[in-house]
Write a protein that binds this ligand. Structure first.
Ligand code: ADP
Ligand code: MG
Length: 246
């Protein structure tokens, strides 16, 4: 059902790749300003779920509502809704031939038709926010993984998203670079951004998440507050999974 109190409402979402059912009826609500952390083993469908929300994969059935509006290619506001969802990937996906600043202003200029000087002004503010103003003219190849990911976050924010999706944003980083990215994400959460974060950074989840969801084999097996999920998981598979990563 369309739950207009939710920023995102996902209802019975199913996705097949060929004959493999990858998402087996996902139901999920995220309220405005909430941070949802998704955990679960590799191959459980976490990325596919985020990609469906971002519109990078088309679900076979089920619905996704953003602030009460159905995310549907046939709706004329589909593109606008899709732009309101920012996504950050494990492998950054920056444009390699563009500087940090060019990466950040590209979307606002080409998609939102923002005047260049305004886009630059906003872009510089965002690079400042993620602590990279001094790197504005560097190309991605000259940035560390943590810096690249922070540029990627600034680039997503430049589109003024209502929701930010993070797909294992720190899993490709050297351990000493993880915290600088998590800190930017924490700050964003503190500002009230609605976020869905796939991560196995339990410290982050405990500190920042309002709700943690455990996914396994295309289903949500368990959800609850981080305290409950981490200290008293109900499902044997959640317990086994947490036993492996903690
Ligand atoms: P997770 O992010 O939890 O590791 P994924 O969503 O990436 O899981 O993948 C879930 C399952 O879907 C895996 O078995 C994966 O091989 C399969 N899968 C993902 N993307 C595709 C695709 N484009 N084509 C076929 N199978 C895919
Ligand atoms: Mg994944």
């Amino acid at each position: 059902m369309n739950n207009s109190a939710a920023m995102i409402s996902i209802n019975n979402l199913r996705k097949f790749f060929g004959t493999n059912e990858i998402l087996k009826g996902i139901n999920l609500d995220v309220k405005n300003g909430e941070v949802l952390v998704i955990i679960g083993p590799s191959g459980s469908g976490k990325s596919t779920l985020l990609r469906c929300i971002k519109g990078l994969e088309r679900p076979d059935s089920g619905t996704i509502y953003i602030e009460g509006q159905k995310l549907d290619e046939r709706n004329k506001n589909y593109r606008v809704l899709q732009q309101e969802i920012g996504m950050v990937f494990q492998h950054f996906n920056l444009f390699p031939h563009m500087t940090a600043l060019q990466n950040v202003i590209e979307g606002p200029i080409t998609v939102k038709k923002m005047p260049r000087d305004k886009a630059i002004e906003k872009g510089l503010n965002l690079l400042k926010k993620v602590g990279l103003l001094d790197k504005k003219d560097e190309y991605p190849s000259r940035l560390s993984g943590g810096q690249k990911q922070r540029v990627a976050i600034a680039r997503a924010l430049a589109m003024q998203p209502k929701i930010m999706l993070f797909d294992e944003p720190t899993s490709a980083l050297d351990p000493e670079l993880v915290q600088e990215v998590l800190n930017v994400m924490k700050e964003l959460a503190g500002e009230g951004m609605t976020m869905i974060v796939v991560t196995h950074e339990m410290g982050f989840a405990k500190e920042v998440a309002d709700k943690v969801v455990f996914m396994d084999d295309g289903m949500i097996l368990e959800e609850g507050s981080p305290n409950v999920i981490f200290s008293d998981p109900k499902h044997i598979r959640t317990r086994n999974f947490l036993g492996k990563i903690i």
